[in-house]
Each structure stands twice: as C-alpha cells, then as structure tokens.
Design a protein around this ligand. Structure first.
Ligand code: M6R
Length: 613
C-alpha cells in the first residue's frame, strides 16, 4: 500500500522523484523519502508526514545525483517516523532499498542477520532486505557485473510475502535493480532515461511506453537500456506496452480535488467503457472472452467476489445477471470468500472485480477459485495489473486513472460493464427477450447524458450537506438495488467524512434499527424501483414520525409526504437506476467532507490500493 518511484537518466533525480511521489501519495502518505547516488555515496532524505515535507528537508536542493529511488509509506510494521520511513540502508550504507509490500518472515530473517552481526535501526520489515543483500553480496566470490543482481535474487529467494523493490548502490552507479512479487511495478521508458513507478499515471508525463513486470521478474534498469531476467536469472526480452491514457487525465484539470473531478468524469468514463461493446441492432461483443453457450448453460452459479466499492458493484450485477440470465448468483467480500472453503467447482464462473487489480484479498480469492477448477474472469481498470496475470479472462473498464481514494467513476464503469456482460450472456443463452435487451441498450447509451443532468444540478445536495455535516450518525435506506446503492452511499460517507453511517434494507428497519431513530437523525432514502415505491415510502413515513431529518433520491412521483429534501434524478430502466442514484450520494459525501474541512482525496488511515491482507 506504499508507492515507489525510481529515476535513472541525465537530469537531477530528486525533483523528478518527489514529483512522482506526489502522484503516488494516494497509495500511502504517512512518511516519505528519497535516496540518490551522489559523488560520495548514497544520500538519504526522509521524514514522517506528507511528501511535500521533503521540500523542507535540509540539503534536499543540493542533491545532484541522476540516479535515485523514492517511497511514500502507509505504515504496516512500525509507526510513521523518520527511522521507519524508506529508503532503508544496509549497515555499511552500500545498498539503499525501497519496498512496497509485506515481508511475512521478516522476524526470522532479522534473527538470522542479527546472529551474523547485523543491527537494525527501524521497526520495519523492509530493513532486512538491504542487509540480506549485503550479506549475499559479500558471500559471492564471483566479482562480475551481475554480482549485485545475484545478491538481490538470493535475498528475494529468502523473502515470504509481497514486494516491489528498488535497489541502488554506489558500487554499480549506472543501474537500478528492480523486482516484484504480488505488488505492482512498471517501468516507463524514454530516450536516455527510464522511470520506475508503482503505477502508470505517476510517470505518464514522461512516456507512454511501459514495461509491465511479471511476478518474480527482475529488471536491471540503466539510463539507455533495460535487461530482464526471470526468477532463475535467465535473461529474456520483453515487449513494450503502449498506454493510451492521457497525462492530463491524471491531473486535477481545474477541479479542487481528484474525487470531484472523477465524479464529473463519469459520463465520459461510461462512454469509454461502453466503447464498441455494442451498437443498437447488433449483439454485444466480447472478443476478449470466449464463453460458449454450452459452458454458460452448464453453470449452476456465478460468484462475484471483490472488496469495498467493487463488491457493491457486484451486488448490482447479481440482480441484473439473475434477471437476464436466470443463473443464481452470489456476491461475497474477497477476505471472507478466500478463508471459507466456498462450494465452487467447474460449474461456477467466478467474476473478480477490482479497480486497481492489485487488491491482495481479491487476487488470493481468484487463485483459490482457480485451484477449485472454476473459470475466472476479472474486471479491472488498470491495464497489466497483477490480477490480469492470474485470471483466465480480463475485461477492462477503461474509466481512466482513478486517483482519489474514494472510488466513484470506477464503480459506475464496473456496473456498466457488468450489465453489458449480463446482456452478452443473455444473448448467448436466449434467456431474455431480444426487444427488451435492445431497449436496455438504448437506455444504457442515454446514461451518460442523464448523469450530466444530475451533475448540472447539485445545489440542493450542497445545501443539504451544509445542514447535516456536523451530524455524528446517518442512515441510508433502500430496497432491492436501491439497498445496494445505499450501501455504497454509506461507504462513501464513512470514508471521506468520518461520519458513522449504516445502510439498511428498508424492510429490516422495524426489526431493530428503528430503535436508533430519534429527533434530528439524518436518514437518506433511495427510491427508484416503481414496484417498491409504496413500501419504501411507508418505511420513510415511519422514521419521519420519529423525528428523522430526511433526504430522498428518487426518479418516481412520490405521494405527498414531507421530506426535508428531495433530489429528483432522471428516469431509466430500473436495472440501470443505480448508475444515476449513486451520483447525488457521491456528491453529498464530497460536500459534507469539504464542509468539515477534510482532505477528501486522502482520507485518514486509508490507501487507494490495499495490497496487504
Ligand atoms: O482496487 P479495488 O477495486 O480492488 O479496491 C477495493 C476497495 O479497496 C475499494 O473499493 C475501497 O473500498 C474504496 N476506497 C472505496 O471507495
């Protein structure tokens, strides 16, 4: 859950490294540091706190080195402090290392090294790495050009857990050695310089040409070439990926925060996700997966497995797939699924949803499903991310880079893609009337402009946010898919406003939660399903009678009930309404957080990619 950057070229490395870290701060932001190769060896500058603090560190401006590594941290082992910040050095200050991931057997390795006379300055798991490199380097009698690479490899052979590592040393001043396992790492390449990063947007300003490292693949990165090696250090060549993302798309573009920008990007993100998946009058096209009628008819279950917001997209998908394909679906959070011995086999299709494609629990759940004989399909936004290398099939959302920790456009793009996938399955299975699918397609094409209409009218939401931002608790209510949207609305609010909130299926209210309703408590209702309007209204009446302060998001004509605020959204097919009803809830969380003066994009204790269990 940390971010790493590396630079080797002809320019001063330090400003490039710090800028890169600023782009990766969403991955972790409790401490930061850089190490560059200077004339007299390695210089490390690091401290606790945000990346921007690095600018104030003494001597940072006088760094001249053109080779360097950098890190922004989300603490796992050892509290945020200067000592625990990366980069870490070995005891002789010959090797500097940054690391993203977790070394599970670090305490065993520490004992081993301590016995050999090494000592440790931090509480981190990472500090064993530079010292192990030193240990193996000094054990190696073959003093050739690959001695450092071999020492890094021997070190990695000892590590259990996940890592993306960069290593520099004044003994080999012309290179950075990198390797990854279950943590992301990309190398952006351009003329006379190479950039290393945890994700693509961090170096998009320099290049669109990337090498995506595989698990346990090593790279020796020089300023004008890169050598690649497999886990046994057999050298090989590697293809470049050309990434079409726009560098401006990863910047704020005049918006105050990434989250707001990403909320407003939803219409275009959805247009991109639809892409050429379907045209009116034609069948949906998924050339990237090959699931036959025979296979789909043999399924007795589809599982959607994911975490957080991505899991909430799965809840919507369950409803749509069951309706269109009549295949029973289950939705489960990955951290539960993977430890539960789920009943799945070759008759289960497992669909894994992950914006980042790096979520540790989701990847582990996918590996488990494969072991049990299921076909695995992943839906992700990040090209070449770890999950894509594990799954049988990958389909991309094409929502563009999502930087804010709170997911918005990834969620709506995931839902759109899942709905198109459901239509594709229904077309193969002939399980839903053709004309109804055709109508659904037309309605999907209208969704982006309907979201634009909602986003052009946010004054009511802003006003409501101003009235309730000091509240301690809030409740979200809905039935059916409106309940799934309520769960996502509630998660958004918790994440960025730190207000406690709960989402309930409106029909459950009387079975307990209504005891919490008293004068002035804020309750937000989502009412879009025409079949359930009356039921939902009755539930809202019950809480109004008990003094609740209410907001309703709806596209229905509601009976004459006094709500404190009503947000009217455009009508659409009930299967699609989550794509519209979530938008005011995203905005509500955003404006509540702004009213509280909080850091919307980097909420406390959270990170964008949860690459640890
Ligand atoms: O990258 P992923 O989609 O796998 O991430 C899953 C969750 O960590 C993520 O959705 C998280 O809940 C977000 N912060 C929600 O806004």
């Amino acid at each position: 859950m940390c971010g790493i950057i590396g630079y080797i070229g002809e320019k001063k490395a330090s400003p490039i490294l710090i800028n890169g870290l600023l782009c990766l701060e969403y991955r972790g932001y409790d401490s930061a540091g850089i190490a560059t190769l200077e004339k007299d060896g390695i210089t490390v500058k690091k401290d606790k706190g945000r990346v921007k603090n690095l600018y104030n560190l003494e001597g940072i401006d006088s760094l001249e080195g053109t080779v360097g590594i950098a890190h922004t941290r989300w603490a796992t082992h050892g509290k945020p402090s200067m000592e625990n910040a990366h980069p870490h050095l070995d005891n002789s200050s010959t090797f500097a290392v940054v690391h993203n991931g977790i070394i599970e057997n670090y305490s065993e390795l520490r004992d081993f090294l301590t016995e050999k006379g090494y000592h440790f300055l931090s509480q981190t798991d990472t500090e064993v790495i530079p010292n192990l490199i030193h240990y193996y380097f000094s054990q190696d009698s073959k003093k050739d050009d690959d001695q450092l690479l071999r020492a890094v490899k021997s070190t990695c052979d000892d590590l259990k857990g996940s890592y993306a590592i960069e290593v520099i040393s004044p003994l080999f001043p012309d290179r950075i050695i990198v390797v990854r396992k279950d943590s992301p790492l990309v190398i952006g390449t351009c003329k006379k310089e190479n950039h290393i990063a945890s994700d693509i947007p961090a170096v998009l300003a320099f290049t669109k040409n990337f090498y995506l490292l595989n698990d346990q693949e090593y790279a020796v990165v020089y300023k004008n070439r890169i050598r690649f090696f497999d886990a046994s250090l057999v050298e090989h060549t590697k293809a470049i990926n050309n990434i079409e993302w726009d560098a401006a798309a990863a910047e704020k573009d005049g918006f105050e925060d990434y989250m707001l920008k990403e909320i407003y990007e939803q219409p275009n993100a959805i247009r991109e996700t639809i892409g050429s998946r379907f045209r009116l009058g034609e069948k949906c096209s998924f050339d990237d997966i090959n699931l036959t009628k025979e296979y789909l008819s043999s399924l007795d279950k589809i599982y959607f497995v994911a975490c957080g917001t991505a899991m909430h997209a799965g809840l919507i998908a369950k409803n749509v797939v069951e309706k269109l394909c009549r295949i029973p679906c289950e939705v489960e959070v990955a951290s539960e699924f993977r430890y539960r011995d789920p009943i799945i086999d070759e008759k289960t299709l497992c669909i894994f949803i992950s914006q980042s494609g790096e979520t540790a629990d989701t990847i582990a759940a996918l590996k488990l499903a494969k072991q049990k004989g299921c076909k695995t399909l992943t839906i992700t936004n990040v090209i070449g991310s770890s999950i894509t290398r594990e799954a049988d099939y990958t389909i991309y959302t094409h929502a563009g880079p999502e930087i804010a920790v709170a997911s918005t456009k990834a969620y709506t793009s995931q839902i759109v893609l899942l709905i198109i996938l459901a239509m594709h399955f229904a077309e193969i299975l002939n399980s839903y009337p053709e004309e109804k699918i055709e109508k659904l397609k037309a309605d999907i094409l209208d969704i982006p402009s309907k979201i634009e209409t909602i986003l052009d009218n946010v004054d009511e939401i802003k006003a409501f946010a101003k009235k309730v931002y000091t509240q301690k608790d809030m409740f979200f209510l809905g039935r059916g898919m409106d309940y799934a949207v309520s769960m996502e609305g509630s998660l958004k609010l918790k994440e960025i406003s730190y207000i406690h909130s709960e989402a309930y299926a409106a029909g459950e209210l009387k079975h307990g939660p209504i005891a919490l309703i008293e004068n002035g408590v804020t309750v937000i209702g989502v009412i879009t399903d025409p079949k359930l309007v009356e039921k939902s209204i009755s539930n809202m009446q019950e809480i109004i009678t008990r003094g609740a302060y209410t907001l309703v998001v709806t596209n229905q004509v509601l009976p004459n009930v006094h709500f404190n605020s009503v947000i009217n959204i455009p009508e659409t097919d009930p299967l699609l309404s989550s794509l519209l009803s979530i938008v005011p809830l995203q905005c509500l969380s955003y404006y509540i957080s702004k009213n509280k003066g909080l850091d919307v994009d980097k909420p406390r204790n959270l990170a964008k990619s949860v690459t640890v269990e």
